[in-house]
Design a protein around this ligand. Structure first.
Ligand SMILES: Cc1cc2nc3c(=O)[nH]c(=O)nc-3n(C[C@H](O)[C@H](O)[C@H](O)COP(=O)(O)OP(=O)(O)OC[C@H]3O[C@@H](n4cnc5c(N)ncnc54)[C@H](O)[C@@H]3O)c2cc1C
Length: 257
């Protein structure tokens, strides 16, 4: 049983070298967005504070002409978390503690990436694309494991953030203010902008200029599929690739992969 997760890059390379059948697949990349949880509560609940409702959640989707943008893994009262698995890279994720009582809400805001986005023919191209983005985020974070962040207002205007506003980033060990447009591929930045502006129609304040974007979110699902036959076996007899049902399928009850 081969249950190596979606980030065992050295093992993917070795297995491919040894002849295990793999193919490129769709996945998504983007950033984390943070707002004040109070703002999300007001937008979702209105003036219902006396009802003692739990910190509000949301799930948003935007279908553009060429790409889609969606929010994922929304963490009420949560934090943006460092999730690098290799030296010299930045990867973000999010989590809420049980109490969900942090000042900020966060979620991933993602854009779909398809196999045609890569020039090379190797099934590992998507993995290299992810890694390049993570390395770039590390460089723009000033190479000390601080994550690159930008205010939404500055991201939409394509200018570097030089001062934070009312939303304070939660990422540890720290952040570097930057222009995320310089890190993300154009098609990702463009669709993120369209999505964020559209989401503001659903959650009032979603595109508030002081909301914080932290880069980069690259590991929502695997960029590689190990091909299996009808008995779930790979082309190498006796190897059964296994994975936990991906979070996108799990939470949306739809298979994106
Ligand atoms: C901060 C954070 C928050 C998350 N929050 C949630 C959440 O709230 N809900 C949710 O559903 N998911 C969440 N996830 C995602 C979830 O953790 C993963 O989707 C899940 O762990 C994937 O399971 P897996 O068994 O496929 O892979 P993994 O958990 O990655 O397991 C793979 C295992 O294989 C081992 N391995 C790799 N290569 C080799 C090798 N060559 N030899 C031996 N062992 C090897 C690895 O060390 C690892 O132990 C979160 C992830 C992070 C980082």
């Amino acid at each position: 049983m081969l249950a190596i997760g979606h980030s065992a890059r050295d093992t993917f390379e070795k297995l491919y070298e040894k002849g295990l059948n793999m193919e490129k697949k769709n996945f998504s990349v983007g950033v984390r967005i943070e707002h004040k949880q109070d703002m999300i509560n007001s937008s979702q609940y209105g003036n219902k504070s006396k009802l003692n409702l739990p910190p509000a959640e949301y799930k948003l989707v935007y279908h553009g002409k060429e790409r889609s943008c969606y929010t994922f893994c929304m963490c009420p009262g949560g934090e943006v978390i460092a999730s690098s698995s290799e030296e010299g890279t930045i990867v973000t994720n999010g989590m809420s503690k049980f109490a969900r009582d942090g000042e900020n809400a966060n979620s991933a805001v993602l854009v779909n990436v398809v196999p045609d986005d890569f020039y090379g023919s190797s099934p590992l191209e998507g993995m290299y694309f992810q890694k390049e983005l993570e390395k770039k985020a590390f460089e723009y974070g000033e190479k000390n494991y601080f994550a690159p962040v930008q205010r939404v207002g500055d991201f939409l205007e394509n200018r570097k953030t030089i001062k934070l506003g009312k939303v304070k980033p939660t990422y540890l060990p720290g952040i570097t203010m930057t222009n995320l447009n310089d890190i993300l591929p154009d098609f990702v930045s463009k669709t993120l902008k369209e999505g964020i502006i559209y989401f503001d129609k659903k959650i009032k304040g979603f595109a508030d200029e002081d909301s914080i974007l932290t880069g980069v979110e690259t590991r929502t699902s695997s960029p590689i599929r190990i091909v299996r036959d009808q008995n779930f076996m790979s082309n190498v007899k006796g190897i059964y690739p296994v994975r936990r049902r991906c979070r996108l399928c799990w939470w949306n009850n739809v298979c994106f992969s």
